[in-house]
Design a protein around this ligand. Sequence first.
Ligand code: PMP
Ligand code: GLN
Length: 394
Amino acid sequence: MTTADTVIERTPALRTKLPAVGTTIFTVMSALALEKKAVNLGQGFPDFECDPQLVNAVTDAMTRGLNQYPPMTGVPVLREAIAAKLLQLHGRSYDANLEITVTAGATQAIITAILAVVHPGDEVIVLEPCYDSYVPNIELAGGVAVRVPLIPGSFRPDFDKISAAISSKTRAILINSPHNPSATVWTREDMLRLQDILAPTDVLLISDEVYEHMVFDAAQGRAHESAARFPGLAARAFIVSSFGKTYHVTGWKVGYVAAPASLTAEFRKVHQFNVFTVNTPVQYGLASYMANPRPYLDLPAFYQRKRDLFRAGLARTRLKLLPSEGSYFQCVDISGVSDLNEADFCKWLTTEIGVAAIPLSAFYGNGFDQRVVRFCFAKKDETLNLALERLEKL
Ligand code: PMP
Ligand code: GLN
């Protein structure tokens, strides 16, 4: 028998569940930006503070002793505020008790929805390029990701390809508008087309709407067309959003899911065992802050100004601008500047020029390289100007 002196420490080898997965590109590029003291326009997060009133509202909740487990589904005042907002903005009534669940950010909302509905062997359609958590989430559920490309160049949905990808095994489709990374926004016609395609099927919709309040050029008729606006979609949808994006608090990790009661019931079965509850004082703080709609109603103009400032500066560089209709991202074509592939270009740009970006190839399963990289413009004007000064040297 071994004793404390003779015991051999041996950690058993694992068979990985996610062989294709390493550390996320966002983490890798932020670490490189920090190391090289580069301006970090890579990972998507603001470098400015949130509204002090929001901090006060959370602090107030803590001071009032609201520090223990909240209800599993989220605090009632926050769920009611979310339901009221969805009704006001999109005209759909969600029952705050049965159809809204507060989550630990959109990330947990999406994996929880997938774990709740995807059985081993089920297919889930994702539109590439797509946010990096989707495919691993599907695979963890035992599902099979069916990748349908957005139209190369324009990143618009290709509905013929989407229709063709639907099979008897399709359990769900994941969409994301405004879109990370391409900054495109689905139109009303796009949503109607999707509604028609899904109508004869039992395919569920997971609609990632985290950038819902960052849609630009409203004067030209652009708007956020939430799945909540389309009854045929809403009846089969998990609609996901994140307070992190809307209120400049990505580190707080609070979001929500709105879904019909039968879908929410299944969602909550998983939610109660993968996170159980979400930060209590932050929920109360958000609920009281939401009473004023101005912060989210003013967000498109706030970010549109930054987008325009950034685009005007980029127009003076040799990078080629792609459209930015929504989200806080701006993609550029690098082919006039460099022969490097996207990933090497981003490393070079960070190290040699002092500006970090994200390669679009990171959003494709096969690493497809179209010579396009993504910048995040959720930054102070001075940060954007410093980055632009450096990029002009290219
Ligand atoms: N979906 C998309 C498209 C995103 O860009 C993000 C933000 N990284 C998320 C989901 C995750 O949001 P959260 O930080 O609230 O988990
Ligand atoms: N959503 C952000 C992005 O796309 C960052 C998310 C993350 O770091 N996982 O850059």
